[in-house]
Design a protein around this ligand. Structure first.
Ligand code: SF4
Length: 371
C-alpha cells in the first residue's frame, strides 16, 4: 500500500514547461533526452513518443544547427509532450525554436554573446512565457573559474551558475530553473546543496555522464537520492549511456523508492533461496515485463515462502506468499480463500494485478469527481 513520503521539499517558485509545472510543490517531473539526429524528424518523433509512453513528463532535444531548428518545428508539430530545446551558443537558434513552440530553452545566457543578443533571447522567452534552463556542467566551466578554483569544486559550479542567474535577474527575468551537474556524486551533491541555498527558482537534478545502464543507475540513485531526501530538486534527468526509455524508468524507480512519486507497480520481491516454493526471480522478471504498461501506482509483493510472505502481503495492495503447490494470495492486506497454482503463477498474477489496477483507477476517478 502506498505510504506518504516523510520528505519535506524545499519551497521553490514554479515555472511552467508547457503544461507541466516545475517547482512550487508540483510533482517532481521526470525528463529524458533524445539521442537521435534531430534532423532525422521521423526517428526523433518516434523516440519522443517512446519516452512519453515510458511515462516521462518532459523531453529535451538538442538543436545544434539552424537545420535542426527547422526539424524541431516539424517535431513539435508531431508530438504532444513538452519539449526543451537544448542550445549552446547560437542565439539565432534560440529565437527560431522559441518561435516554433519550444516549451523551454536550455541555454546559458553567459554563452550567448553581447548584451543585445542576450536581451533578444530573453525578450523572446518573456513574450511567449517560455522558461529558460541554465545548465552548468563541471566539464565545461568558464576558463577564469577553472583558473580560480584549480579544479571543478561545488563553489566553482555555483559561481558559474550564479553568473548566468545574475544576467537574467538584471533583465528582471525570473522564469528559469537551474542545474549544476557533475559526474562525481559528491561534487554534484554539494554543488546542488549550495545552489539550493542561493536561489528560489526550481532545481533540475542530474548526475551527468553517470555511466552505462547498471552503474549509471546506481550512481544516479545515490546522488539524486541524497538530494531528494533533503528535499532538493523539482525535476530530474537520469543520464545513462543507454536507451533514453531506461532513463525514464530509473528516474521513476528513484522517486518510487523514496515514495515521492509513484507510477506503475512497485514490486517487493525476496531474493529467493532454497526455501522458495516457486521460481521467484523468473516470476518477478516475467511480471515486470508483462505489466510495463500499467501506470497505476500499487505495491505488489511476490515472496517465495511463508517466512516473509504473509508479513509483506499484509502491507501490499496485492501479495503472494509461496507455499507448497498452491501459494497464499492477499488483496488489500487480507488473505483470500483462493490460493494460486504455483505452475501458473505468472498468468494468474498478471490477470489479478490488472484487475486490481482497474479497480484502483476507478476508485481514484470516483474520488476525483467527489472532490
Ligand atoms: S522469503 Fe523465503 S524464499 Fe524468500 S529469501 Fe526469505 S526464506 Fe528464502
Amino acid at each position: 500500500m502506498q505510504h506518504e513520503s516523510p520528505i519535506k521539499r524545499r519551497p521553490t517558485r514554479q515555472v511552467m514547461v508547457g503544461s507541466v509545472p516545475v517547482g512550487g510543490g508540483a510533482p517532481i517531473s521526470v525528463q529524458s533526452m533524445t539521442n537521435t539526429r534531430t534532423t532525422d524528424v521521423d526517428a526523433t518523433v518516434a523516440q519522443i513518443q517512446a519516452i512519453e509512453r515510458a511515462g516521462a513528463d518532459i523531453v529535451r532535444v538538442s538543436v545544434p544547427t539552424m537545420e535542426a531548428a527547422e526539424a524541431f518545428k516539424l517535431i513539435k508539430q508531431q508530438t504532444r509532450i513538452p519539449l526543451v530545446a537544448d542550445i549552446h551558443f547560437d542565439y539565432r537558434i534560440a529565437l527560431k525554436v522559441a518561435e516554433y513552440g519550444a516549451d523551454c530553452l536550455r541555454i546559458n545566457p553567459g554563452n550567448i554573446g553581447n548584451e543585445e543578443r542576450i536581451r533578444a533571447v530573453v525578450d523572446a522567452a518573456r513574450e511567449r512565457n517560455i522558461p529558460i534552463r541554465i545548465g552548468v556542467n563541471a566539464g565545461s566551466l568558464e576558463r577564469d573559474i577553472q583558473e580560480k578554483y584549480g579544479e571543478p569544486t561545488p563553489a566553482a559550479l555555483v559561481e558559474s551558475a550564479m553568473r548566468h542567474v545574475k544576467i537574467l535577474q538584471d533583465l528582471d527575468f525570473h522564469n528559469f530553473k537551474v542545474s549544476v551537474k557533475a559526474s562525481d556524486v559528491f561534487l554534484a551533491v554539494d554543488a546542488y546543496r549550495l545552489l539550493s541555498d542561493a536561489i528560489d527558482q526550481p532545481i533540475h537534478l542530474g548526475i551527468t555522464e553517470a555511466g552505462g545502464q547498471r552503474a549509471g543507475a546506481v550512481k544516479s540513485a545515490i546522488g539524486l537520492g541524497l538530494l531528494l531526501s533533503e528535499g532538493i530538486g523539482d525535476t530530474l534527468r537520469v543520464s545513462l549511456a543507454a536507451d533514453p526509455v531506461e532513463e525514464v524508468k530509473v528516474g521513476f524507480d528513484i522517486l518510487k523508492s523514496l515514495r515521492i512519486r509513484s507510477r506503475g507497480i512497485n514490486f517487493i520481491a525476496c531474493p529467493s533461496c532454497s526455501r522458495q516454493e516457486f521460481d521467484v526471480i523468473g516470476t518477478v522478471n516475467a511480471l515486470e515485463q508483462r505489466l510495463e504498461d500499467v501506470t497505476t501506482a500499487m505495491d505488489v509483493s511476490i515472496i517465495g515462502c511463508v517466512v516473509n510472505g504473509p508479513g509483506e502481503a499484509l502491507v501490499s495492495d496485492l501479495g503472494l506468499a509461496g507455499s507448497n503447490r498452491k501459494s497464499g494470495f492477499y488483496l488489500g492486506g487480507e488473505r483470500q480463500k483462493e490460493r494460486l497454482d504455483n505452475d501458473r503463477l505468472v498468468e494468474l498474477l498478471e490477470e489479478r494485478i490488472r484487475k486490481q489496477a482497474a479497480i484502483k483507477e476507478q476508485q481514484i476517478a470516483v474520488k476525483e469527481v467527489k472532490e
